[in-house]
Ligand binder design. Structure first.
Ligand code: GLP
Length: 239
């Protein structure tokens, strides 16, 4: 694993965006795995700026998001569908037909949706470049501690600390207790992976993921098994 320690969050975001831009310029129909959360917001801003000022073309790009809350309609203000629209898709020319996000809408048959999602990834030829954040408890996407490294897209229960963290974001609204997420096995099949982590609150998880033993108790430690991972950290997350 290559580890890039950047001076600050802005540089982390620029570094991640540059790697994505390079990959899109090299392969217009790149298949890109996309995260949500606060960490990638700066990267999305950089990508939108480059799209506007340097004529970056996303028209052939295919995207697969990592996860979605279960029980939220796609247009729910706190859904990851909405997040992606507001922070990226609304501003760039990614074709709607090429956007894939697991559907966590109320009443969805989650096993069928999970199988459909895995098939869609296969039919796209697999994921070329996947970007992932990390939870303070070491989770990747919504694969909480204890998740099998062979796991595929499926419904999961969120860990108490993940629910507590989401509470700040949901405020007065009910916090989802479950999600649909790519599995660790799905993530590890991506050809290249970028791990982004910013801030002191992530330093412990980063240390365990990058330098601790490979263990199901730290889902992100599975990334040590992958041959092409670049971890992009800011200084606070690297200490
Ligand atoms: C959620 C997402 C993860 C993300 C994590 C960290 O749990 N499902 O994909 O990595 O939050 O989020 P943040 O970047 O806001 O710290």
């Amino acid at each position: 694993m290559r580890v890039l320690v950047t001076a600050d969050y802005r540089t982390l975001s620029q570094t991640a965006a540059e790697l994505v831009i390079k990959a899109v310029r090299a392969k217009a129909d790149l298949t890109l795995g996309l995260p949500t959360g606060s960490t990638p917001l700066g990267m999305y801003e950089e990508l939108v700026t480059t799209y506007r000022h340097q004529h970056l073309d996303f028209s052939q790009l295919r995207t697969f998001n990592l996860d979605e809350y279960l029980g939220l309609s796609q247009d729910h203000p706190k859904s990851y569908h909405t997040y992606m629209r507001l922070h990226f898709f609304e501003y760039v020319n990614v074709s709607t037909a090429n956007i894939h996000i697991p559907d966590g809408s109320p009443g969805i048959d989650v096993d069928a949706e999970s199988a459909r999602y895995e098939t869609a990834i296969q039919q796209a030829g697999g994921i070329d470049l996947l970007i992932v954040g990390i939870g303070a408890n070491g989770h990747i996407a919504f694969n909480e501690p204890g998740s099998a490294f062979e796991s595929r897209t499926r419904a999961v229960d969120l860990a108490p600390e993940t629910i507590a963290n989401a509470r700040q974001h949901f405020r007065t609204e009910a916090v989802p207790l479950r999600a649909i997420t790519m599995g660790i096995g799905t993530i590890l099949e991506a050809r290249r992976i970028l791990l982004l982590a910013a801030g002191a609150s992530k330093a412990g998880a980063v240390e365990r993921a990058l330098r601790g033993p490979v263990s199901q108790s730290v889902p992100a430690s599975a990334l040590q098994l992958h041959p092409h991972v670049i971890a992009i950290l800011d200084e606070a997350a690297s200490r």
